[in-house]
Design a protein around this ligand. Structure first.
Ligand SMILES: [Fe+2]
Length: 366
């Protein structure tokens, strides 16, 4: 049996302790539109789930609440352990059984066997396999289904707000894993869904990030899975600190935009809280010939990072963690002229900037 031919994302489902409030934030702050929902109003007490869309991105935000029903234990136990994070990514397939059987034959750990879910609007087939410690990859075929998402969900007609959908698609899904795990998960993904390791950034004197990076991508480039691993334990990297505090797993989702400057200005007006970067990072960019055509003042004002490879550029900006637990966050990227890398050079510049800031701080306090 062949690997998956296409890797188009169908949806990403986030389990969270407050789906209603988080859905509202996605609409007001990030321009998503609620297109479907399932809760007590639709006849499903004990669960609340919203289908949000922005261009090619479909996010599902799901929660459960007391008194807890055993059928929703999977949701409550995930929330108890993670508070808010990605439970599953759904990949569109033309035959769920074939995709599932093939992946299990090649080493996937099965979590949900293929099953059909039917209502008046048609039938959906879905199955799931293990993905990192707490998540899963779902194979889904909705070709024979005309409903908004799945059986149980209804179209949401209350969102009359005309949102400006500036986020276009999912650029990558990034995870942080324990020492020696990035090779394991890279092989697992390659075996079971056919992604390829397109870039490996090992521990080296040029890599000052404190992490080893594996970039895994499908042939059609529709799915990019970034895996970061601490490059040792003596000098505690940010990745190791995160794993110590929050455990391994999906750390961020990166969404693409066609215009990061406009997106940043729009989201800032909505009160989105972004990660900021030290002034010395921008001084380093100013001092480099590579960025002489870029308006660094504007990037600094908007806390946008910039990397360059030949004539292509990457703009990146990070939204602070989307829940109260400071782990899971969103990144927004703009790839200019087809930049295809993952900003290693830029992470090193940032690292250098942080060192300069620490040095300045020490000088001022001494
Ligand atoms: Fe990223």
């Amino acid at each position: 049996m062949e690997s998956l031919k296409t890797h188009a994302l169908d949806y990403i489902e986030i389990y969270t302790s407050m789906a209603k409030a988080l859905a509202y934030w996605h609409t007001q702050a990030l321009g998503f539109t609620i297109v479907g929902y399932m809760n007590f109003e639709t006849g499903q007490p004990g669960i609340s789930s919203y289908v949000l869309r922005s261009n090619d991105i479909t996010l599902i935000l799901t929660t459960t609440y007391p008194p807890f029903k055993s059928e929703y234990n999977e949701i409550s136990s995930f929330i108890a352990e993670n508070h808010c994070g990605v439970k599953r990514i759904g990949i569109k397939v033309s035959s769920v059984k074939e995709a599932f059987d093939r992946s299990v034959e090649c080493g996937a750990i099965p979590l949900k066997f293929p099953s059909f879910h039917e209502d008046d609007l048609g039938v959906i087939e879905e199955a799931a396999i293990k993905f990192y410690d707490n998540s899963e990859i779902a194979f889904i075929n909705r070709q024979a289904y005309n409903g908004i998402f799945k059986s149980g969900y209804k179209a949401y007609s209350k969102d009359k707000h005309e949102n400006e959908s500036l986020l276009i698609s999912v650029d990558h899904i990034a995870a942080e894993v324990r020492i020696n795990e990035s090779g394991y998960w890279t092989k697992y993904l390659s075996d079971i869904i056919g992604t390829k390791l397109v870039q490996n950034i090992p521990k080296s004197s040029e890599n000052e990030t404190g992490m080893i990076l594996n970039i895994n991508q499908s042939n059609d480039k529709k799915l990019t899975l970034v895996i970061a691993e601490p490059d040792g334990y003596e000098k505690k990297s940010k990745v190791q600190q995160n794993i110590d505090s929050f455990g391994p797993g999906i750390h961020h989702l990166a969404f693409s935009t066609d215009d990061l400057i406009a997106t940043a200005i729009s989201f800032e007006k909505s009160g989105v809280d972004f990660v900021s970067f030290p002034p010395s990072y921008y001084d380093l960019l100013r001092s480099s010939e590579d960025f002489k055509d870029i308006n660094i003042d504007e990037l600094q004002r908007l806390n946008i990072l910039c990397d360059r490879e030949d004539e292509t550029y990457l703009f990146q900006k990070f939204i602070k963690p989307i829940s109260d637990r400071p782990f899971f966050l969103y990144e927004i990227v703009q790839r200019i002229n087809g930049y295809s890398g993952f900003a290693l050079k830029n992470i090193n510049v940032l690292k250098k900037a942080e060192e300069i800031e620490i040095m300045n701080c020490n000088l001022h306090s001494s």
